[in-house]
Design a protein around this ligand. Sequence first.
Ligand SMILES: [Zn+2]
Length: 317
Amino acid sequence: MASHKKLLFLMALLIMVFIVIQFIPTKQTIDISEGNGKKIVITTTIFPVYDIAKQIAGDKASVKMILPPGVEVHSYDPSPKEVISFKKSKIFFYTSPYMETWVSKITPEISKNTVIINGSEGVEFINGDTHGHEGAGHIGLDPHIWLDPANMKIMADNFTEELIKIDQANSDYYSIRLEEYKKKLDELDREIQLSMNKFKVKTIIYGGHYAFGYFSKKYGLNHISPYKNFSPNSEPTPNDIKEMIEITKSSKAKYIFYEEMLSPKIAEIIANECKVSLLMLNGAHNVSKDDLKSGITYIDIMKKNLENLKKGLDLVE
Ligand SMILES: [Zn+2]
């Protein structure tokens, strides 16, 4: 009799354990994927496209940036392990084939499950080889398209068009956010334009790599940099630096600009030699860990740039 009771007790225990197991969330139930109120996983490459995806997709998506915070973007190349992780996202969003030159290499592998969005579709590129244009003397096409707010609008349009195809149920939500974002970009553009008319100095003397070609073209400025390339990978020669020192001295500039993320050693050499001060002009390629955490936006960065330009280009009030 005792053993019969023991058996019943054991069976009851087993049933209880079975019931409890049913209610423990498995890894699958907390996994995020598209549809049914779950979030769409979006992989972005560098900061400008990360910002666009966050602003447009809002709380409907989980947006990741593959570049770790603080890392220089021009020399980035994804590892095979990273490429595998890209395949888990519904959307892969990058700026252009001239910035993320490695995308064509990974396209066959990820395009089966993932929609690849080239943000630059419809953007007019500046050719560095074209004489008489901004960027002349540099090799190939300038990849820094995002530094003209009008190009950010094109990139946001391209992204939203594909996002709506994937998640039509939320098309109104995305369309409204796109319009709001473009309105903010227009306001930024107007604010920069207003200041530009009041600048005494019309040349950005940049100790970093040539990144502000689109910005300068848009706002009628000159942009000079000792780097002969559109990336900071090939450092300037002593002759390039000497030339910059001469230009800076003859310009009577009080400030020169340095770039984000990288050590400003070239800008410091020029500043020391010409006895001028340094100001940051942020190319918004990537952001620091703290800035990423605080939710800094492209517009925040550009507004800070405008404050430094007002100082460095001698704004007349
Ligand atoms: Zn760059």
